[in-house]
Design a protein around this ligand. Structure first.
Ligand code: HEC
Length: 134
C-alpha cells in the first residue's frame, strides 16, 4: 500500500513534465534519419522521452530514480543489460517499460548515451545504489 502511494505520487509529479516534454518533442520527429551518432541521438531521446524527470537533467539521479552516471547499478552493467531495463522496465518501480514507444535503434542509442556518461561525475550526484560494475 505504502509503495503504491509512493508510485502514484511520483507519477502525479512526473506525468505533467512528461506531457510537456512530449508536446514540445513530438515522438516521430526525434530521429528522422538512421542513427549515425548513437550517443548524440541517445542524448536527444533522454530529453525527448523525459527520462530526466526521474534521473535528473545530467542523469545524476533524484528522489525518483537512480544516478545513471556512476559505476553502480541495480540492473546490470552491459549495453545489453541497459537495453533490457529500458525495454522491460523494473516491475513494481517507477521505471516503466519503454518497448512500445521506442524503436530498437532508439533504445540502443539511449543505452550508448548512458554508457558514454559513466564517470561524468555531475553536480548533485545521487548516492550509489546496487552493485559495482567491474
Ligand atoms: C517515472 C520515473 C522514471 C522515468 C520517467 C524513467 N526512469 Fe529509469 N528508472 C526509474 C527508477 C525508479 C529506476 C530504478 C528501478 C529499480 O529499483 O531497479 C530506474 C532505472 C533505470 C535504469 C537502470 C539503472 C540501474 O541502476 O541499473 C536505467 C538504465 C534507466 N532507468 C533508464 C531510463 C531511461 C533511458 C528513461 C527514459 C526513456 C528512463 N529511465 C525513464 C525511474 C524512471
Amino acid at each position: 500500500m505504502k509503495n503504491s502511494i509512493k508510485i502514484l505520487f511520483s507519477l502525479a509529479l512526473v506525468l505533467p513534465i512528461m506531457a510537456f516534454a512530449m508536446i514540445n518533442n513530438p515522438n516521430d520527429e526525434v530521429i528522422t534519419s538512421p542513427v549515425g551518432d548513437d550517443v548524440e541521438a541517445g542524448k536527444a531521446l533522454f530529453q525527448a522521452k523525459a527520462c530526466f524527470a526521474c534521473h535528473g537533467m545530467n542523469a545524476e539521479g533524484n528522489a525518483l530514480g537512480p544516478n545513471l552516471t556512476d559505476n553502480f547499478t541495480k540492473s546490470g552493467c552491459s549495453e545489453e543489460d541497459i537495453i533490457k531495463v529500458i525495454n522491460k522496465g523494473v516491475a513494481g518501480t517507477a521505471m516503466v517499460p519503454y518497448e512500445a514507444q521506442l524503436k530498437p535503434e532508439e533504445v540502443k542509442a539511449l543505452a550508448q548515451f548512458i554508457l558514454s556518461i559513466k564517470g561524468s561525475n555531475p553536480a548533485n550526484a545521487k548516492a550509489a545504489e546496487g552493485n559495482e560494475c567491474k
